[in-house]
Design a protein around this ligand. Structure first.
Ligand code: AMP
Length: 212
């Protein structure tokens, strides 16, 4: 099953994608994580992406399209995948079509801007392995320390409130039109993000299992 998880930054796409990928045994591909890894390794692509990411802007389409093309060609994508954070623009969605990638469903997680700003200020990530936590909703066992690898938890630069507002503007402007794009193809499934992560997960799993 080839899935896209759509939604504003901070709507919980990554957390939900992790659950669904375990349930269906398919990889969850986060373009944000791929870019952050590239940045950590100091590759040319990572350094180029940094200036856009720090501002909350989108990294140019051609870079992302190249990343996704390479990633989807890997063996583990043969039986399906979840795209988390791609496409984020109409040209990126069109590029998937041109690659011959058939998307089965697009799960759109809806959360109000107001709630997103509150949520994102509590988000923390492990600087070592990238696992994500939340000071209210997904606390680590030991404050400031990653459960998975013992690394230090930090706040991403682009999760600071001013940058979050910029990212939301970018989302409404450039990414939200994808809802219409996929709705016209009958592939869009809307899930209302709930207060409790587990309640959203239940709705997401139902939407994934639903016949299109
Ligand atoms: P995320 O972790 O998905 O919120 O992504 C973090 C940042 O990476 C975004 O704010 C963008 O700067 C960049 N990024 C990730 N995915 C894409 C994409 N599909 N197109 C353009 N920029 C992206």
């Amino acid at each position: 099953m080839n899935l896209i998880f759509l939604g504003a930054p901070g709507a919980g796409k990554g957390t939900q994608a992790e659950v669904v990928c375990n349930e269906y045994n398919i990889p969850a591909i986060s373009t944000g994580n791929i870019l952050r890894e590239a940045l950590k390794s100091g590759t040319e692509m990572g350094l180029k992406a940094k200036s856009y990411m720090d501002k909350g802007a989108l990294v140019p389409d051609e870079i992302l399209i190249g990343i996704i093309k390479d990633r989807l060609a890997e063996e583990d994508c043969k039986n399906g995948f979840i795209l988390d954070g791609f496409p984020r623009t109409i040209p990126q969605a069109e590029a998937l079509d041109k690659m011959g990638v058939v998307i089965d469903k697009v799960i759109d997680i809806e959360v109000s801007d107001e709630r997103i700003v509150t949520r994102m200020s509590g988000r923390r990530v492990c600087e070592k392995c990238g696992s994500s936590y939340h000071m209210l909703y997904k606390k680590p066992a030991k404050e400031g320390i990653c459960n998975a690898c013992g690394g230090t938890l930090i706040q991403r630069k682009d999760d600071h409130p001013d940058t979050v507002k910029d990212r939301l503007d970018v989302y409404h402007d450039q990414t939200e039109p994808l809802k219409d794009f996929y709705s016209k193809q009958g592939k869009l499934f809307i899930v209302e993000g709930q207060e409790e992560v587990a309640d959203t997960t239940k709705l997401v799993l139902e939407a994934v299992a639903k016949q299109a």
